[in-house]
Design a protein around this ligand. Sequence first.
Ligand SMILES: *[C@@H]1O[C@H](CO)[C@@H](O)[C@H](O)[C@H]1NC(C)=O
Ligand SMILES: *[C@@H]1O[C@H](CO)[C@@H](O)[C@H](O)[C@H]1NC(C)=O
Ligand SMILES: *[C@@H]1O[C@H](CO)[C@@H](O)[C@H](O)[C@H]1NC(C)=O
Length: 352
Amino acid sequence: MSSSCSWPCSALPRAIHIALAIIFVVSVSFLDHVNGMDAKTVIDSPLLTQKIGTNRTIKVDLNGDGDFNSVQAAIDSVPEGNSQWVIIHLRKGVYREKVHIPKNKPYIFLRGNGRGRSAIVWSESSSDNVASATFKVESHNFIAFGVSFKNEAPTGVAYTSQNQSVAAFVAADKVAFYHCAFFSTHNTLFDYKGRHYYDNCYIQGSIDFIFGRGRSVFHSCEIFVISDKRVTIHGSITAQNRGSANENSGFVFVKGKVYGIGGVYLGRAKGAYSRVVFAKTYLSNTIEPHGWTNWSYDGTTENLYHAEFKCHGPGAESEKRAPWSKELTEKEAAPFLSIDYINGEEWLPVWL
Ligand SMILES: *[C@@H]1O[C@H](CO)[C@@H](O)[C@H](O)[C@H]1NC(C)=O
Ligand SMILES: *[C@@H]1O[C@H](CO)[C@@H](O)[C@H](O)[C@H]1NC(C)=O
Ligand SMILES: *[C@@H]1O[C@H](CO)[C@@H](O)[C@H](O)[C@H]1NC(C)=O
């Protein structure tokens, strides 16, 4: 073999050529799948930033080192009828304020430094869910990465009010949260309406803590169940209130895990056509054997769509499940497992 031969060199052993070819093919197909459900990648901030492809960034910094020191002030600076993506970057810190993205400010990408580092926190309880919310989004095409949304109101304490304490009110179409966290005791995430995607999010609560009539996919999310000292009944993770057969709302949980403290149901019949699917999810002992409940609902259970598909873990045991609940077949599950359920290919910058 000649020592002056440079790469690629016909004198290279054949095995090395083959190995390089394999590495090339594997990395190309890896990139190919970044936008597909089977990707083995993590959607991080640089990837989202690249996909959003804007040069407009507003920096928010608590220490006055940015354009603003309040998140709301940054949102207020976005012109009404905004039609191009703008990044609002939250530097590390706990932003103690309520934040509202009104109806006429679409294309905002709220980019944090990670859910353990950038947080929007408020403490308010109210008999009205929306009034209590720490964060409200009412504009379409909103994306968040790496931000915690928290309502610190001391609800869930014995002998106190039954007030609500919403962390986030999601009331617009085409909204996605990546690596975010939602903290409250109950009624944590008001997934009110529109098509939504939650990827690798952490959602905590005790009763009805994911509720509303959104059409939403929760991909690889971590659902953490805490206890509530006010009530003896077990709470539900979801209270989805789809109201009729032709309404296309429904919550779909794919992969991810459910665990925590105390017993809880996967869902309760909030509306007569309540639709919730847990697929390929780890369910710990925190799930009641009955699985689903018709608590406070006196209509027929015939139209409820409370379903599971290939879940695993001790809480996935199906023997004592509510009679109306279903274990889906491959064919029945298919429409819920694809990102097409929320027409994701049309509007999500990236998905898994
Ligand atoms: C930002 O991008 C727009 C559109 O691509 C371009 O017109 C503008 O000059 C850019 N601004 C800066 C500061 O780079
Ligand atoms: C409960 O909400 C009402 C308003 O809806 C409010 O006046 C009251 O102070 C709240 N109670 C607590 C304990 O926050
Ligand atoms: C509610 O669920 C319980 C237990 O599965 C069942 O016995 C009861 O008939 C249900 N109620 C209605 C109205 O279907």
